[in-house]
Ligand binder design. Structure first.
Ligand code: NI
Length: 195
């Protein structure tokens, strides 16, 4: 990889940026998305530097966490790393195409955006997705039933919205685990004797 220094600086940057955030949107989420993205990138014709930096910066200006405009955090970081403006534009375009809520039904235009979107969605499903859903629910005072509703509103839809072959394959496995969890959850609720 040509931009090893910038990638490793981005890992340090997100540790500082997300210090104090746990659960759903901490640095640990970003690092899992980065690893998912690099695994997916291996099966695609793409620019791995753009994928790596877009994955590492994909939540750096998340509106739920930061009050920034126009990718200000990501751009300041990239400028500090002397990343050419044209490349910073491509990284930010990929970042901006990732969000579930802001891009409902629209697919990213670039392969790098598609890869990072798949990587982010993978972290929302499977065992990690379940853990994140309940952690987020706890942080926001939601009941278990509210968190279960989120499975139906969002998590179970993601499998059919993947962009890449590798992403789709990994999503199938994680989706199956979500269904198994929901079935077991329902079973336990029903088998408790009614008082
Ligand atoms: Ni994310």
């Amino acid at each position: 990889m040509r931009l090893c220094a910038a990638v490793s600086a981005a890992k340090d940057y997100i540790e500082t940026l997300f210090a104090g955030n746990s659960g759903g949107h901490g640095a640990d989420h970003t690092l899992r998305v980065y690893r998912n993205a690099m695994a997916i990138a291996e099966g695609e014709i793409c620019d791995p530097d753009i994928v790596a930096l877009a994955a590492l910066l994909h939540d750096a200006d998340d509106h739920k966490l930061f009050d920034t405009k126009d990718n200000a955090n990501a751009r300041a970081f990239l400028k500090g790393q002397n990343i050419p403006e044209e490349m910073a534009d491509r990284i930010c375009a990929a970042v901006n195409s990732v969000s579930f809520s802001q891009n409902r039904g629209r697919r990213p235009e670039t392969i790098e955006g598609k890869i990072v979107q798949d990587a982010d969605r993978l972290d929302a499903i499977g065992a990690v997705g379940i853990a994140r859903t309940f952690a987020y629910g706890g942080e926001h005072g939601r009941s278990l039933d509210d968190s279960i509703a989120h499975f139906h509103e969002k998590l179970l839809l993601l499998k059919d919205e993947m962009n890449t072959g590798t992403g789709r394959r990994l999503a199938e496995e994680r989706h199956a685990f979500l269904l198994a969890f929901l079935a077991e959850y329902q079973k336990e609720l029903e088998e408790v004797p009614q008082l």
